[in-house]
Design a protein around this ligand. Structure first.
Ligand code: BGC
Length: 472
């Protein structure tokens, strides 16, 4: 692959080669997203059998489920530091190997204690890979394709969730939970191999003073060789502007205030608008809406998974033309309306025969709107808005908030459902989606087409976000 990339001499052939090179790099790193989706999704099916195998109490069941979320929330804190200190690639490689170890350990666990340790380990990996993969892709991608390339990671998350449903269903007859958990080793191995042969992020290389290596990587990743020296000069200029406040101290710089607020705000909003209640509890929700057979529940779950994948593909195709704001605002507005329809339906029409169809359609619409908006856009924006010097750490901070609130919603959802019923519970998520829309409308800038360095300059110059879109 490398040789053919270098050999491409004619303009268009070289263009195609660089395009496929960046796509291959992004798709390989996105295997981290696949593991994220698979490992968070697979446990619901495996639990049914784990309960019998280990005689789990309800409390233990909760621990096995939330071990991943807790591990992820804690690990994201130090994962960012590691990525800034040692580079994106070694961290991704180490994660891939740990993923394999975690999958094998959980598949061979002799008792519930080992299983919980393995799940925490997998959680640690998911927490770090969830932001290091988009970070690595964003730093290699050309600005005009960055949205689609980074969002390949979100697409992989949705595919991972769908595959976990399928695997759970296939092994459900035999109750082979060890296979369900162990299969996660396969994408882990491919990711490890990919990280051995793929290059380090050119931006991280420049930050560490390896200009020539960075230049060699950019030559493979850019169609216009002529712009490479300018790109390197801009990265160096931005780094010079950041000097003086290394490490965590940089967080106190005024230019960090807005990006941090936006990153953490979107992280929280992505979770408190309830997406994972549907991703993980769709069968419970559909049962409460009147679908009682087990098959109907499984089909409903598969439907949610498929809608999530398909609409993420739509987002990917338009994200670099329509822009981040348009998708985010449309997506959050759509989420608020679909949740409202679902909630009102429950309050006033729960007993009507046609209600269950309204319920299923509104939940599907809700997932679809998440998939074109908050789903991909959160991970994309946090890979774009932070300065290079502390990008890993800052993304880590936003990611901690994301996993922390994911855990909070997971822990409170069933209680809310019991105390208030589905109508009121989803009305709350609808209200929070409205809050998300207002937040996005007033605070989120348009990053489409800008280089990461331009974005950094905009913060330093305190450019009003209204002017970002026109300033290209
Ligand atoms: C979120 C996950 C969610 C997934 C669903 C991701 O962007 O961070 O919490 O399960 O999307 O597709």
């Amino acid at each position: 692959m490398t040789q053919s990339l270098h050999a491409g001499s004619a303009g268009s052939a070289a263009g195609k080669n660089t395009r496929s090179f960046t796509t291959i790099v992004a798709a390989t790193a996105a295997l981290g997203g696949l593991l994220f989706g698979y490992d968070t999704g697979v446990i619901s099916g495996a639990l049914l059998f784990l309960k019998d195998a280990f005689g789990l109490s309800t409390a233990m069941e909760g621990m096995v489920t939330s071990a991943v979320l807790a591990g992820a929330a804690v690990a994201a804190i130090f994962g960012g530091w590691l990525a800034d200190r040692f580079g994106r690639r070694p961290v991704m490689l180490a994660l891939a190997l740990l993923f394999v170890a975690g999958a094998l350990l959980s598949a061979t666990a002799p008792g519930v204690e080992v299983l919980i340790v393995a799940r925490v380990l997998i959680g640690v990996c998911i927490g770090v890979v969830s932001f290091v993969a988009p970070l690595y892709i964003a730093e290699l991608a050309p600005p005009e394709r960055r949205g689609a390339l980074v969002s390949l990671n979100q697409l992989a998350i949705t595919i991972g969730i769908l595959v976990s449903y399928v695997v759970d269903t296939v092994f459900a007859h035999s109750g082979a939970w060890r296979w369900m958990l162990g299969l996660g080793a396969v994408p882990g191995l491919v990711l490890a191999w990919g990280m051995l042969v793929l290059p380090e992020s050119p931006r991280w290389l420049i930050k560490r003073g390896h200009r020539d290596e960075a230049r060699a990587v950019l030559l493979r990743a850019r169609e216009q060789g002529a712009g490479i020296d300018r790109e390197i000069a801009e990265i160096q200029e931005d780094l010079a502007l950041e000097r003086g406040a290394p490490g965590w101290k940089a967080f106190r710089a005024p230019a960090m205030r807005w990006p941090l607020m936006i990153g953490i705000g979107l992280a929280i909003l992505q979770q408190i608008t309830g997406i994972n209640t549907v991703i993980y509890y769709a069968p419970t929700i559909f049962q409460s809406a009147g679908f009682h057979s087990a098959l109907a529940a499984i089909l409903a779950t598969a439907g949610v998974g498929v809608v999530n994948v398909l609409l993420t593909i739509v987002a990917l195709r338009i994200i670099d033309r329509a822009g981040r704001r348009a998708l985010l605002l449309t997506g959050t507005a759509g989420m608020a309306v679909s949740l409202l329809v679902f909630a009102v339906g429950f309050a006033y029409g729960g007993a009507l025969p046609g209600f269950r169809w309204i319920a299923i359609l509104s939940v599907m619409a809700y997932v679809g709107f998440f998939a074109i908006g908050l789903g991909p856009i959160f991970w994309l924006l946090i890979s774009e808005i932070f300065p290079l010097g502390v990008r890993g750490r800052a993304m880590g901070v936003a990611t901690v908030a994301n996993w922390g609130f994911n855990l909070l919603v997971a822990l409170t959802f069933l209680q809310l459902l019991q105390a208030f019923g589905p109508g009121t519970t989803f009305l709350i998520y609808s209200g929070l989606s409205v809050a998300g829309w207002i937040f996005a409308f007033y605070l989120v800038p348009e990053t489409r087409g800008h280089s990461l360095e331009q974005i950094e300059r905009f913060w330093i110059e305190r450019r009003p976000i209204r002017e970002w879109a026109s300033d290209r």
